[in-house]
Design a protein around this ligand. Structure first.
Ligand SMILES: [Zn+2]
Length: 325
């Protein structure tokens, strides 16, 4: 009886999902007054005053940027207290971010951590068969750094629209660049022509984001210069990190598979010239769910794939072009 009474008291102290959610939103919005009011005595003594807490929160905010969408939330018991975990897509990190808020047994806020999300975003698209006949959106041999359906193979998987995305680079010998790799021009992928992967209508174009210096990604414009193509049937392609000013199509243009649309660049949340490609179920990536993209007739490590999804570490090329070499 005694235990039960204690338990009910303890339960009543735990923050509700709604309360924890409000605090997470306060973190992303930098509203520290609310956080300070619920802070535990130990957190208060660590950060000294609200300004100290604000400095801590701003450190997290500067790192992750603004929240684009919430992917999952959960509450778990930990050491008699509670952890609230919120996985979100954010502007300053091209993958999912997990924000964790900790509460002590009395329900007071004791601290926060932000770290890259590592869990695959929940999806119902796993059985989706790509309807659009897709060809690889480039010629030549490209290296798949991230591609596949699981986080270990593909760091994109925690974010819904990127769920089946791939990042491809050009590798020659030991790496992706010649000389020091200090300039975009040093990278083999830089300026390479990129093609419509399938027939469709161009829906949106971004063409004015400056390219980054290598290893200095630009927060805030996730995909940088990009093209979204509506293939019909609820399938949309997004090609991102394109070279500034290189996009040669405009919204409303009908494109056919293999038609030049842009050149490979280093814009948005990108550290070096490469192509980010994803297939999705909506024109707006902020709302879209990623779809598996099965390309047709490509070579993967020299073997013909008539229909398949490129995987991490494969060297892939468009088969028809390879045959002409
Ligand atoms: Zn990517």
């Amino acid at each position: 009886m005694f235990t039960a009474a204690l338990l009910s008291v303890a339960l009543s102290q735990a923050p509700s999902l709604k309360q924890a959610r409000a605090l997470a939103e306060a973190v992303y919005e930098g509203k520290t007054a609310q956080l300070w009011r619920t802070a535990s005595a130990s957190l208060k003594s660590q950060v000294k005053d609200e300004a100290g807490l604000r400095a801590l929160v701003n450190q997290v905010r500067n790192g992750v940027g603004a929240e684009v969408r919430v992917i999952t939330e959960s509450m778990v018991d930990r050491d008699g207290g509670t952890l609230y975990r919120r996985v979100s897509a954010v502007t300053n990190w091209a993958r999912g971010m997990e924000l964790e808020l900790a509460f002590d047994p009395a329900g007071a806020f004791t601290g926060l951590i932000a770290r890259p999300a590592v869990k695959d975003a929940p999806t119902i698209a796993g059985l989706h068969k790509t309807q659009t006949p897709l060809r690889l959106p480039f010629d030549g041999q490209w290296f798949v750094l991230w591609g596949g359906r699981k986080y270990d193979d593909n760091r994109h998987t925690p974010v819904p629209d990127m769920r089946y995305a791939m990042d491809v680079f050009i590798v020659k010998g030991p790496g992706t660049f010649t000389a020091q790799g200090l300039r975009n021009e040093d990278y083999y992928a830089w300026g390479q022509p990129l093609f419509a992967p399938g027939d469709g209508v161009v829906l949106s174009v971004v063409n004015d984001t400056p390219d980054n210096e290598p290893n200095r990604p630009r927060p805030g414009v996730l995909y940088g210069n990009s093209v979204v193509i509506d293939h019909g049937g609820g399938e949309f392609s997004l090609l991102g990190h394109l070279q500034k000013g290189s996009v040669v199509v405009k919204p409303g243009d009908h494109v056919s598979a293999g038609q030049l649309i842009a050149r490979c660049g280093n814009s948005g949340m990108s550290t070096e010239p490469h192509l980010h490609y994803q297939l999705m179920d909506d024109a707006d990536w902020k709302k879209a769910q990623g779809l598996p993209a099965q390309f047709q007739n490509f070579l993967a490590n020299g073997r013909l794939v008539e229909r398949g999804e490129p995987l991490r570490t494969q060297v892939i090329s468009h088969a028809a072009v390879e045959a002409r070499r």
